[in-house]
Design a protein. Structure first.
Ligand code: UT7
Length: 325
């Protein structure tokens, strides 16, 4: 039987030029390189320059992905953009990207699922491709978290960074086997009872403010490894895939200890886990596509390999993608 599958035909990423090291952070709050590296694995993060918005970074990543795919902006039918740091409360940041890329047909919209955002966006785009509703789609994760970081709170300010990552998807007919390249499956979940554990202190309909990130780190940590491992096992079992068949785990990059705990629960060696958290810190919705694009560009991840992408974030939201690149 022939089915439609979303093949990834281009990847792109963008990291702002300005780098802030742990020593730089120690000049702002009572912290140290030793504490940050030991507790999180983070050594540095990138911060967007004043005046650079999420859509600016998304466009840079998109241009790289479109070039790699050999696709023009006007050929896109769909843009799904995941972010918790939109340019404006409305309209969607995706429409600014749409305009900048010269795409005048189809549709562009945002999804808000924090660190699981790319997985939510991927599932939305993949399902529209599978249904034959769109042919070529751009899926973006982008964050300018430095704009909503409280730089007086050492519990959170050392953890986050800015950046963008994206993938161009194209509908391709295939027989639906595991050997086919493309998005094999996606799973997404949420449990709103945990919303207060990680959220913004502001919002247009509550206090008219943008707010800052506030987090119960231990509670998030406790759920992260369990949820990412459980959803990984579920997606593998659903598709009859063993952990040994997976070439790379490309998880949401929040904390090296969460990556290690997830890998341990899954019985996968750290050599098969992509870890960019040391260089990028936690870039929320951008973290998975950034890790994917940067590892592909460096030659670590190769075409044809089987990738497992678990993520977990505010909401709580969590999910996983299974992809043959
Ligand atoms: O992407 C999803 C969203 N976020 C996450 O996944 C993050 C999940 N959570 C974590 O990564 C970890 O919980 C943290 C890195 C946030 C914290 O690590 P922890 O091992 O859970 O530390 P803790 O919260 O138990 O805090 C230990 C101590 C505290 O001091 P006291 O109360 O024991 O005296 C904190 O005040 O470390 C202190 N602390 C710091 N010290 C130096 C907290 N932040 C800092 C800091 N520098 N930046």
């Amino acid at each position: 039987m022939t089915i439609l599958r979303s093949r990834i035909i281009g990847l792109g990423s963008f990291l702002p030029e300005r780098v802030s090291t742990n020593d730089d952070m120690a000049k702002i709050v009572e912290t140290s390189d030793e504490w940050i590296v030991t507790r999180t694995g983070i050594r540095q993060r990138h911060f967007a320059a004043e005046g650079v918005s999420s859509s600016d970074m998304a466009v840079k990543a998109a241009e790289e992905a479109l070039k790699a795919a050999g696709v023009k902006g006007e050929d896109l039918d769909l843009i799904v953009l995941a972010t918790v740091t939109p340019d404006k409360t409305f309209p969607a940041t995706a429409v600014y990207v749409q305009a900048a890329l010269g795409m005048t047909h189809g549709c562009a919209f945002d999804v808000v699922a924090a660190c699981s955002g790319f997985l939510y966006a991927l599932r939305a785009a993949d399902n529209m491709i599978r249904l034959g509703q769109v042919k070529t789609a751009l899926v973006i994760g982008v964050e300018t978290l430095s704009r909503i970081t409280d730089f007086t709170d050492r519990n959170t300010c050392v953890l986050f960074g800015d950046g963008a990552g994206c993938a161009v998807l194209r509908a391709e007919e295939c027989d639906g086997s595991l050997a086919d390249r493309g998005v094999i499956d996606t799973l997404i979940y949420s449990d709103g009872r945990y919303a207060p554990e990680l959220c913004s202190t502001g919002g247009p309909s509550t206090n008219h403010e943008v707010g800052y990130i506030t987090m119960n780190g231990r509670e998030v940590f406790r759920h992260a490894a369990v949820n990412m491992a459980d959803v990984s096992e579920e997606i593998l079992a659903k598709n009859g895939v063993s952990m040994e068949q997976v070439d790379w785990l490309v998880p949401h990059q929040a904390n090296i200890r969460i990556l290690e705990a997830t890998a341990k629960r899954l019985g996968i060696p750290m050599e098969k886990v992509i870890s960019t958290v040391g260089d990028h810190a936690n870039t929320s919705a951008a973290s998975i596509p950034l890790a994917l694009a940067e590892s592909y560009k460096s030659g670590k991840i190769k075409e044809g390999q089987l990738l497992l992408l678990p993520g977990m974030g505010a909401g709580f939201t969590w999910g996983a993608g299974l992809i043959r690149l």
